[in-house]
Write a protein that binds this ligand. Sequence first.
Ligand SMILES: Nc1ncnc2c1ncn2[C@@H]1O[C@H](COP(=O)(O)OP(=O)(O)OP(=O)(O)O)[C@@H](O)[C@H]1O
Length: 258
Amino acid sequence: MAKRIDVADLNAYYGPTRAIEGISMTIEPRTVTAFIGPSGCGKSTFLRTLNRMHEVIPGARVEGKVTLDDVDLYGAGVDPVAVRRSIGMVFQRPNPFPTMSIYENVAAGLRLAGVKKKSELDDVVESSLKGANLWKEVENRLKKPGSGLSGGQQQRLCIARAIAVSPDVLLMDEPCSALDPISTTAIEDLISQLKSEYTIVIVTHNMQQAARVSDRTAFFNISGTGTPGRLIEIDDTSRIFANPTEKATEDYITGRFG
Ligand SMILES: Nc1ncnc2c1ncn2[C@@H]1O[C@H](COP(=O)(O)OP(=O)(O)OP(=O)(O)O)[C@@H](O)[C@H]1O
């Protein structure tokens, strides 16, 4: 299921403003890649270009190439909705569908895809909740609203919802920034487990978190307000934190700016 992402010379715009410039990188399957860098350097923008979420913003557009294994995601005839199904996303604030039960939150994507058989839905709901380490906490309250769970449980529910449709890639935009330390540990443990099946990309402001969960780290930066964000370097996480190539990376991870 996990697939390789190749990005070549990618630029993203909001109207006339170029937010990120000239980004190229390869993200290997079954790895966790962390995106770090100061506020406004374009981490979230870049993340959203990887599953064609960027272009849902009016006036926003993308130049360059993103390939998932051998499929050009911006190629003619590619359905952005199908791209978003195969490259799932988890956001900063847990966002379960507020009026839906726990069960329906996880089943929603499958229902949209036309699955009607109750036994199939039951199986996927159970396996997805198990996969998100939430099953034991909710198996007796599946009909209760998802919004009644704690923040950390809601985030795991959102991860269950994302994996229910069997994606190839999971994109996570600061998935722990609204969570307490115990829930954060639960999500980090979950990320480490999920990487055996998925390609995972996580945006984080937390250096320790990047060091704990990721195999590869990409550092982005901007040279000044209003200038586009650029990829400064991407390397094994151990190297980025111990011996980065670029001085700006070292300055950032040692807290000299950002
Ligand atoms: N919807 C939008 N419309 C216009 N400009 C936007 C929009 N979203 C982001 N930007 C601009 O694009 C640039 C990159 O923002 P982005 O949110 O991608 O950075 P980031 O590195 O993820 O920041 P943070 O760490 O603060 O979340 C910023 O200058 C930002 O103001």
